[in-house]
Design a protein. Sequence first.
Length: 233
Amino acid sequence: MEPLLRVEIEEAGYEAGKPKIKQVSLEVMPGKLTGLIGPNGAGKSTTLKAILGLIPEIKADVRFADGHGKYAYVPEHPVFYDTLTLWEHMSLAAAVYGIDDAEFQRSGGELLEKFRMTGVRNHLPGGFSKGMRQKMMLMIGFLLKPEVYIVDEPFIGLDPRATKDFLGLLEEERSRGAGVLMCTHVLDTAERICDDFILMADGRVAAKGTLHDIRLAAGLPEAPLFDCFDVLT
Ligand SMILES: Nc1ncnc2c1ncn2[C@@H]1O[C@H](COP(=O)(O)OP(=O)(O)OP(=O)(O)O)[C@@H](O)[C@H]1O
């Protein structure tokens, strides 16, 4: 099967001559969820930014499969306009994505229901909690129905029910064939939901592959991901 996204980063950083990540390669496959994990400062966000074209100093080849350039990026820190309501944010995104209005009314309404946000659709996000803002970002990502989701730490603000709702939707998207690259520190959830992992440390890939591959690399054949993480970083 062809990957939806293929990334080969030779090096990338914020200043010339000072690369923060080196030799990072990864692929996002249809229907698969790849977890990007590693300690603080390992280079995960820099890798995501490199993929999104937001890094000034970069030598890399980032390739979406032919005709599959559509991706959604869900940032760790919500970005929003103070004067637009939740529904207006979603409408704006739908307009930018070129989604047909009838389709948007249907799928937008459905997303609000799924994330239990219908009651606040006409509220301003300035008054939302952290988790509600996170949900807004996720709904905007799901509106697009992209081939590839790039999600930066989705779990921190979400309550257990919202996490379950989010994972359920992600599962639906994957069964449609979408691929996901997700950066997270929540290793027990990652272990449960990811098909494979990229484990970064000190700006490089310390290990990659399925949980089985990561366990082999760590020399811990039965261990939870957390213990492998500990050994390899
Ligand atoms: N805007 C920036 N300008 C300069 N250096 C940066 C910038 N952002 C990150 N760095 C540096 O790049 C390195 C990798 O940081 P990065 O944010 O990619 O790590 P991370 O793995 O995402 O960490 P965390 O888990 O804490 O989010 C760190 O040494 C960090 O100090």
